[in-house]
Design a protein around this ligand. Structure first.
Ligand code: KG4
Ligand code: ZN
Length: 358
């Protein structure tokens, strides 16, 4: 089967063509057009502007994805589209385009929840970029080329700009929600702290880059809820602690040298990583699960991946993390999710749902 995936939930316009062979899902093409550079000028995503950029990019991105796959429209069996959650203006562009194409080309339309889609980046095999990480054989860069896919039962950690959630997967489409953030998401915390430090949007990669040169124990930042007896998170207090620190004489007096900035970045990253690793490992131990999979933009963070890999290795728990380009928003994960959760709907009845839950 060949599926065309379409993703437009925020500031990325993405389309991808994927195919399956036995249970292996491979990418034939994967195109992402991002308006992040434009959003960076304003320090974050302006919904109206993101939607206008989606309108400009959607048709060229789909055309390029089909051309790059070297297939024709008649080879495509189904269309999968993100229908929520996300920004309504952005979502509508993808959903209405997918509905129109499904109707015109007479193809089944499969709606995909964006959050669930992120997890399916772990089920894609791609000869060029399949360096999914396994604790049994970790390569030097921390991500490993492997034949193995995640197995059930499995703890899923979703860490994106808007979400930080822990799930216990029993099978495809069968999961229990264990807990999530009570306030800011981990990606949001990276973004807000970066803004406080005067770094560009998105904040995660910017903080991570500076952190490489910094000392992670230079500043004593809180690890909110790290010891709480549940699977909930809270990151807004960490952001407030960083804001307060920036007003203390210590940081001011040093007139904010690049060394201080790197140390702050490293300390922020370490605090977020410590909480994510502790709660994820606790979930695996509580539910006696020997497989963890991570998904979402923050999973592109090298420090998180290497610390989680070290903990998993010592506990003989397998770890699956997609390659960085499949951690952030893309349409390959949306098409992959449709292979495993194939529930076509009437194209004319599908509605975008900006607040769709897991
Ligand atoms: O999954 P995603 O691309 O979009 C959402 O669905 O939200 O995640 C975006 C988030 C942003 O908050 C961004 O700062 C964060 O992922 N992010 C990172 C890294 N790359 C992206 N956070 C930490 N380290 C990174 N390398
Ligand atoms: Zn996302």
């Amino acid at each position: 089967m060949v599926i065309l995936g379409i993703e437009t939930s925020c500031d990325e316009t993405a389309a991808a063509v994927l195919t399956n062979n036995n249970k292996r899902i491979t990418i034939l093409s994967n195109i992402v057009a991002s308006s992040a550079n434009l959003q960076a000028k304003y320090g974050g995503v302006i919904p109206e502007q993101a939607a206008r950029e989606q309108i400009k990019s959607i048709i060229p991105v789909i055309e390029t994805a089909i051309n790059d796959s070297r297939l024709t429209i008649s080879d495509i069996d189904s269309i999968a589209v993100t229908y929520g959650p996300g920004l309504i203006g952005s979502l509508l562009v993808g959903v209405e385009t997918a509905k129109t194409l499904a109707f015109l080309w007479n193809k089944p339309l499969i709606p995909v929840n964006h959050l669930m889609g992120h997890f399916y980046a772990n089920w894609i095999e791609n000869s060029q970029t399949d360096y999914r990480l396994l604790t049994t054989a970790i390569s030097e860069d921390g991500r490993q080329k492997t034949e193995d896919l995640p197995t059930f039962p499995c703890i899923g950690l979703l860490i994106s700009g808007g979400h930080t959630d822990l799930l216990l997967f029993k099978n495809h489409g069968q999961y229990k929600y264990l807990g999530g953030t009570r306030d800011d998401a981990s990606g949001e915390c990276f973004d807000k702290c970066a803004r406080l430090l005067g770094l560009p949007y998105p904040g995660g990669p910017a903080i991570s880059k500076l952190a490489r040169e910094g000392n992670p124990s230079a500043f004593d930042l809180p690890r909110p809820m790290i010891k709480s007896d549940d699977f909930e998170f809270s990151f807004s207090g960490l952001k407030t602690a960083v804001a307060n620190l920036l007003h203390t004489s210590e940081v001011k007096k040093s007139s904010y040298t690049s060394e201080v900035k790197c140390n702050l970045a490293a300390s922020i990253e370490q605090a977020i990583v410590d909480v994510l690793v502790a709660k994820t490992i606790k979930a695996a131990q509580t539910y006696k699960v020997n497989q963890i999979m991570v998904a979402g933009g923050v999973a592109a963070n090298e420090k998180l991946v290497s610390e989680l890999a070290t903990r998993c290795k010592s506990l003989a728990v397998r770890l699956s993390v997609p390659p960085p380009e499949l951690c952030t928003d893309n349409a390959a994960m949306i098409a992959a999710a449709a292979f495993f959760n194939y529930h076509p709907v009437n194209p004319l009845s599908l509605q975008a749902d900006p607040s769709l839950a897991l």
